[in-house]
Write a protein that binds this ligand. Structure first.
Ligand code: AMP
Ligand code: MG
Length: 409
């Protein structure tokens, strides 16, 4: 049995082999959550032109100065200007123009009188209150001017960035793409949800657990599903998919059992297998496989569902984030106080499931330590990270936790 490496060492070895994906031009909506690699400048100013902030009448302020209820000013209405229907471009002297919100203010006008201060007349309008200079006019370029930087290289594009890019007419952006992740569950005992179970079979939870975690991380997923415990079949499935993959994640078949076929299949291909000093998630594997498109990282996770998921969080999530150019790569940790005391085995980094109460800064362990307890995993929202030296902690002790599913980013 080789000597165990630490989780940090294993992750460092994985990250050392992983490069960010080259950026490509991507339609806006597909770029949500991705890293923009270019400085994008506005091709147009915002607002593009002086436009009305209200439905009302464009006027020359001097011509309505002093208007009030006792001395209203009446002006002929020279025309009507709707958004996208800018008929009237010049306001005749001594007249008002009906104008709608967002419509271009005609030359000569220097204020808009809202409907509320008028009789809403069609031929002639009675104005009972005078606007201030420029009132209800949204000036061209007051938000940003053409040529200005709207998104800086390195920005993770959120809904507001995409809205702004669209607003300045940008249809495509250069972003690091979603990594294509192939997810394979191995095990002859596995059946897909919805299928009939034999007395010795169980449902494949892992391919869904891992595929969903990869999707949540921002990846595209090819969920292969179940491959039986046959090294040959497993290799064939992998070879088929490698050309289309930026990362492969497998579950099961990596420990000391007679049917641990992932190990049997990939060890001859140069993939490293060995113990990592953590619980759950001790048996791990990592290597590079060569497909038609080049080398593809393969992370082989243990089959117990909690082991698989914890390993994903600790090793695969940082790898995907590096692929995407996202920082931080490693899920951040925070400190919380234990709601109850606990014990932990010495010599291994322990990842217990917990529920975090942010307001109280408190964490409550959920379920037991068993790596098959997916019910407890689903009820948890964080992992407690207990270092190898920790064997017992009392209620109130401070522990390190990491929030699950990227909730903190
Ligand atoms: P293995 O790592 O293949 O030895 O599997 C360890 C344990 O996890 C066994 O009890 C398996 O039945 C279980 N297991 C493996 N893969 C899955 C899966 N995809 N879904 C649920 N349980 C699994
Ligand atoms: Mg198995």
């Amino acid at each position: 049995m080789p000597e165990a490496i630490t989780p940090d060492e294993h992750r460092a070895r994985i990250l050392a082999r992983i490069e960010p994906l080259p950026a490509r031009s991507t339609p806006l909506l597909d770029a949500l959550g991705l890293v923009c690699v270019e400085d994008v400048r506005a091709a147009v100013s915002l607002p593009r032109f002086d436009n009305s902030g209200m439905d009302g009448y464009a006027v020359r302020r001097a011509e309505v100065a002093g208007a009030d209820d006792r001395a209203p000013v009446t002006l002929p209405v020279a025309g009507e200007i709707g958004a996208g229907q800018a008929g009237l471009q010049q306001l005749p002297v001594g007249a008002a123009a009906k104008i709608m919100t967002g419509a271009p203010v005609p030359a000569g006008a220097d204020a808009v009188v809202p409907y509320e201060w008028t009789d809403r007349g069609a031929e002639r309008v009675v104005i009972t209150r005078a606007p201030d200079d420029g009132q209800h006019i949204r000036g061209a370029g007051e938000d940003l001017t053409a040529g200005e930087l709207v998104v800086a290289a390195g920005t993770v594009l959120g809904p507001r960035h995409l809205g702004l890019l669209a607003s300045v007419g940008v249809a495509q952006v250069q972003v690091r793409p979603r990594p294509r992740v192939v997810v394979v569950s191995t095990g002859s005992e596995l059946r897909a949800p919805g299928e009939d179970l034999a007395p010795d079979s169980i449902y494949d939870g892992n391919s869904f657990l891992l595929a969903a975690a990869a999707l949540r991380a921002g990846a595209r997923v090819d969920r292969v599903g179940i491959v039986a415990d046959s090294a040959q079949e497993f290799l064939e499935v992998l070879r088929d998919r490698l050309a289309e993959a930026d990362l492969v994640v497998t579950s099961g078949g990596v420990s000391q059992g007679d049917f641990d076929i992932v190990k049997a299949a990939l060890r001859p291909e140069g993939v490293w297998f060995g113990p990592v000093a953590m619980q759950p998630g001790k048996p791990q594997g990592f290597g590079m496989l060569t497909g038609a498109g080049g080398e593809v990282p393969v992370v082989t996770l243990p089959g117990n569902p909690v082991s698989s998921y914890v390993s994903f969080h600790v090793f695969v999530l940082p790898a995907l984030r590096r692929r995407m150019g996202l920082a931080p790569e490693v899920p951040p940790t925070l400190r919380a106080r234990l709601a109850t005391g606990l014990t932990s085995p010495a010599g291994k980094q322990q990842y217990l499931r917990g529920r975090y109460d942010a307001a109280a800064g408190r964490v409550t362990p959920v379920g037991g330590a068993g790596s098959h307890l997916i019910g407890g995993l689903a009820r948890s929202d964080c992992l407690l990270v207990l270092p190898p030296g920790t064997t017992a902690l009392e209620a109130g002790a401070e522990v390190e936790i990491t929030l699950l599913d990227g909730a903190q980013w």
